[in-house]
Structures are given as structure tokens and as C-alpha cells.
Design a protein around this ligand. Structure first.
Ligand SMILES: [Zn+2]
Length: 275
């Protein structure tokens, strides 16, 4: 990473962290003392109700390509984070799907959890000895894992599950990553996948030439993204050799249930199986 790129990344992080800190203090105070606001937000992780959740997501989503509500789970979400345990909206929905549509928490499956969500990770840690977390960055998981090359780390047909939520859009060589995932995944295993999808675009937008964070922010609405998936996402996954079963919050849950759990209405979790 170039020095100026590091500087801009640090600047964005600083702005976002401070904005989050201020709103966090404010909302925690409301949550504690605003007795006139009903505690209607339920959290699946800490199993408690809160009055107001905390915001999450970048304030700096300035891309004009993606209209509001065009990309579920992207941009600033005002009621995203549980003020009690810190769980995120996407993480709660992923957990809901895993709990209700898989047996992942009940057996000691071989699992690779990429860029692990903390509260889901905590459910496996110390209980399943075959659970591994991986991240491209040092210190964020048990192992440094580059999805595009895992040959020195994992054998073929090794994992029952690979959990990969909002990671694929940051990887330049998507084909290598999906081929490696197919190699290490058992034939009857599942890739649990979630990606940002702009439903208003028919085709996925990619531009690997944008290496500067500000360029990617303007183009994709996020400084780390190298592509924005369009409505061809299922065809792309099929072409890469996966059969996909998808769970979309507003197709499987009522409006009230989505609101109560503070899920994102259009959020999608996919169970991908090798053809
Ligand atoms: Zn919570």
C-alpha cells in the first residue's frame, strides 16, 4: 500500500471513528434515560431490548451511481448496532439464517470464517475445535488467510462451511478466490455468502484500475471495493460453478419482525454449493 493511500485510509478511519463515538455516547445516554421511548429493538445475541440502536456505515458514501436503497447493507444505517452488545444488523441477520436454516452451531464441523463477525465468532470459540477464523490483515483473526491462495494452509475438500460475508467485493481476483474456495470446500459443503448488490444495475460493475481509495469511494461507494454486484450476481455464481439458495430478509420475514430485530429489509444470505 502506498504511503498516501495509507494516509487517506487513516484519515477516513479517524473521521468515521469520531463520528461513531459521538453518536454512540448520545444514543447510549438516550437508551438509558429516555423512558418515554419504548424499548422495541430486540437483539438476537444479547437477547435484550433497547430503545435506540447505534448508527453504522460510512457517512462518506458519495457515489451517485447508487441511489438510496439501491444497495441494501451499504451506506449509513441509523439503527444498525445493538447498544448493549455491539452486534451489527448484517451480523444479526446472518446469525438468524445460520440458526434457522443450518445445523452449523450444533456439530463440530470444519469451518473457515473469513473476516469474522465478533458475535458469531464468540458462538463457536471454545465450543468447536474445528472452527478457524481468517483475515487478510494481521490481528483480525486466528490466521492470515488470502482467499486467492490457501494452498500452503488447507488441503482439498477440507471445510464443511466457509462463512464469507461482505468480503468478495474487496478481492481483485474474484475468480482465483472462488476457485480456491471450491478447492478447500467439501463437495457437500456450503459457502455462506453475502455481498453488496445494487438491484438497479443489470450487470456487475468492476474496475480494477482504481487503486486510490478516493477513486473507489466515488466509483463504488466504498474505499475498499473493487466491484459492485448487479442483478447478474446469481448467474455469475452459477458460472463459477455454484448452485445458490438465497434467503432475503423481506421475502422470508414479516415487516414487523425485520423492524423488531433491526435487520436490513433487502439483506441476502446465500448458501452456495459446488455443482
Ligand atoms: Zn445485543
Amino acid at each position: 500500500m502506498k504511503l498516501n493511500e495509507k494516509f487517506i485510509n487513516s484519515f477516513f478511519l479517524l473521521v468515521e471513528m469520531n463520528a461513531t463515538r459521538i453518536t454512540t455516547c448520545f444514543r447510549r445516554a438516550i437508551n438509558k434515560y429516555a423512558f418515554w421511548i419504548s424499548a422495541n429493538n430486540y437483539c438476537l445475541f444479547c437477547k435484550q431490548y433497547s430503545r435506540i440502536n447505534l448508527p453504522h456505515g460510512t457517512l462518506l458514501t458519495i457515489s451517485k451511481r447508487y441511489l438510496k436503497d439501491g444497495v441494501p447493507a451499504k451506506g449509513l444505517r441509523v439503527n444498525a448496532v445493538c447498544p448493549i452488545c455491539g452486534s451489527y444488523d448484517r451480523e444479526r441477520f446472518l446469525n438468524y439464517i445460520l440458526e434457522n436454516y443450518s445445523t452449523i452451531f450444533s456439530e463440530n464441523y470444519h469451518i473457515l470464517h473469513v473476516a469474522p463477525e465478533k458475535n458469531i465468532k464468540d458462538k463457536f470459540d471454545g465450543k468447536n475445535p474445528n472452527y478457524i477464523t481468517g483475515d487478510i490483515q494481521f490481528g483480525k483473526a486466528n490466521q492470515i488467510v488470502d482467499l486467492t491462495d490457501m494452498k500452503s494452509q488447507f488441503d482439498d475438500n477440507f471445510f464443511d462451511y466457509i462463512i464469507c460475508s461482505h468480503v468478495l467485493q474487496d478481492i481483485v481476483n474474484e475468480e482465483n478466490a472462488l476457485n480456491e474456495i471450491k478447492r478447500v470446500l467439501k463437495n457437500d459443503g456450503f459457502l455462506i455468502l453475502s455481498i453488496p448488490i445494487c438491484f438497479q444495475m443489470s450487470k456487475t460493475l468492476e474496475n480494477n484500475n482504481l487503486t486510490f481509495p478516493i477513486e473507489r469511494l466515488i466509483y463504488f461507494g466504498n474505499r475498499n471495493h473493487v466491484r459492485m454486484y448487479g442483478n447478474d450476481y446469481l448467474k455469475r455464481l452459477n458460472d463459477f460453478g455454484f448452485t445458490v439458495q438465497q434467503f432475503q430478509a423481506n421475502k422470508i420475514l414479516s415487516h414487523d419482525k425485520i423492524l423488531q430485530n433491526r435487520f436490513i429489509a433487502g439483506d441476502i444470505v446465500m448458501f452456495c454449493k459446488i455443482n
